[in-house]
Each structure stands twice: as C-alpha cells, then as structure tokens.
Write a protein that binds this ligand. Structure first.
Ligand SMILES: Nc1ncnc2c1ncn2[C@@H]1O[C@H](COP(=O)(O)OP(=O)(O)OP(=O)(O)O)[C@@H](O)[C@H]1O
Length: 256
C-alpha cells in the first residue's frame, strides 16, 4: 500500500473584487495526483505562483480541496474521524521555510522539541530530557543547547531544532516546505545532507516542496514539476536532464 495518495486535487481561490459585486475566480490547482511510497522522497518543483504551497497545505490537512482526495496510510484525511486524525497528525509532520517564525521566541529548545512528546507520549520529565538530548544529538546539536531560546540560535541551528521536533514522534512522512531557502549555501548543504541521512536511518518519507532544483535534485527520488496549478511532468530524479516539458527544461537548465 502506498503511504500517501493524492488523487485529482483541485482548489480554486475566489476573491471578491473591490469594485465588483460578483466574486471572481483566480488560479489555484487542478487535477493534481501523485503517490508517495514508504522511504521515498517526492519533490514538488515549481516557480513562484505555480501552486506548491496550495498542494502542501492540502496534504497537511490545513486547506480543504474543492474536489479530490488525500489518502494517508489508508485514511482519507478530509473524511477521517477524531481517532484517525490523531494518528495522522502524529505520523505526518512538517518543517517550514522560516525557522524563526515557526517557533515561539519565548520557548526554550527543550520546550520546542518536547511539545509533541507532551501531546502524544506519557513520560517523566527525566525521560523527556533524555529523549530531547538524543534528538538534539541526532540533528547535530548538543544537549547544552537545550536551555537556549530561539534568539540565541542561528537560522541553521534553529532549522535543526525544527527537524528534531518533526522527527520526535517518529513520523512516517515529513512535508518539507522550502526547508533550506532562507539559509546560506553552506548551511543549506549541511541540512540537506542531514535530512538525507535521517531518511536513510529511519526509513522516512518526504514531500519536498521547493523552487530550488538543486535541493530537489539532492534529496528527491522523483520530481513532479508544477506549473499553472498542474503537474506538467513527473520523472525520476536520476533522469532529471531528460525532462521534456518546456517549463521543466527551463528550470533544470537555469540551475546547472
Ligand atoms: N489565499 C489566496 N487567495 C487567492 N489566490 C491565492 C491564494 N493563495 C494562492 N493563490 C493563488 O493560487 C496560485 C498558486 O499559489 P501558491 O501559493 O500555491 O503558489 P506557490 O507555488 O507556492 O508560490 P510561491 O513559491 O511564490 O509561494 C497563485 O496564482 C496564487 O496567486
């Protein structure tokens, strides 16, 4: 069974025009279908306005599609009952682009990472501290970082904290929404290498949403190119240079 199946997702945004009485429809996404298998990374690659964030929000259960379905571990996200929702919220995690805004600045690193553990696991404070230490080491930070707040960390360190939090409950799938876009090149590479190691170590699956061909090329097994709200081409990353669609070609050629 595939881990996640997105089937014919469509979302149209309507905005009421300032001087118009009728609502006017503007673009969104249409007919978006893809599958993510266990242990695999699918990259969703597209230019600004292509529809990437809309797809990400729908997959995370944050934006109901007009039509189509998202099936995660055999459960339809938008018709699931409370018990099923609790399970998929645990197994489906996210790392966003902007590590600072994703984190409450008053919380310590320990509190940030422990939050999902407190929501889902019953453990003593001592056990919690032990797990947080292990998670910090897993993402290349030190247990001494536990008492720091986000203000005392760099963007790259904070993105590692976000990753530690995302893997704390041993999820099946992580949506990575432009996870390295706000970081400098060297830190980008470090984080991508780390995400790849975690994928191998824990058999994690990723949905990598990005405009960055190099990041997608590094981490993904398959790439779906999105343009104008539609998937225009899906290929194995190993064959990236054989892409056929003009938009895919333009993106690939401009990156290398
Ligand atoms: N809340 C909204 N109201 C109206 N239109 C929207 C809304 N959100 C997105 N859109 C439109 O839907 C289309 C897809 O937007 P989306 O944010 O999914 O693209 P994107 O690929 O994530 O872009 P970017 O990389 O710039 O964030 C765009 O044309 C955008 O203008």
């Amino acid at each position: 069974m595939s881990l996640l199946i997105a089937d014919q997702l469509t979302k149209t945004y309507s905005t009421a025009g300032l001087f118009r009485s009728k609502a006017s429809n503007v673009s969104g996404i249409s007919g978006i279908s893809f599958v993510i298998e266990e242990g695999m990374c699918l990259g969703i690659l597209g230019e600004s306005g292509a529809g990437k964030s809309t797809i990400g929000k729908i997959i995370l259960g944050l934006l109901r599609p007009d039509s189509g379905s998202v099936t995660f571990q055999g459960t339809n996200l938008y018709t699931s009952n409370r018990a099923q929702q609790k399970k998929w919220r645990r197994d489906l995690q996210v790392v966003f682009q902007d590590s600072y805004s994703a984190i409450n600045p008053r919380m310590t690193v320990r509190q940030i990472i422990a939050e999902p553990l407190r929501n889902y696991e019953r453990m003593s404070l001592r056990e919690e501290e032990h797990v947080v230490c292990e998670l910090l080491e897993t993402v290349g930070l030190s247990s001494n970082d536990m008492r720091k707040t986000s203000k005392e960390m760099s963007g790259g360190q904070l993105q590692r904290v976000n990753i530690a939090r995302a893997i704390a409950l041993k999820p099946k799938l992580i949506v990575l929404d432009e996870p390295v876009s706000s970081l400098d090149m060297i830190v980008q590479k470090q984080i991508l290498i780390h995400l790849n190691e975690l994928k191998e170590k824990y058999g994690l699956s990723y949905l990598l949403i990005s405009h960055d061909v190099l990041a997608v090329n590094f981490l993904s097994d398959h790439v779906a190119f999105v343009d104008g709200g539609k998937i225009v081409e899906t290929i194995e990353t190993a064959h990236l240079f054989n892409c056929m669609h003009p938009v895919s070609k333009r993106m690939v050629l401009s990156a290398f």
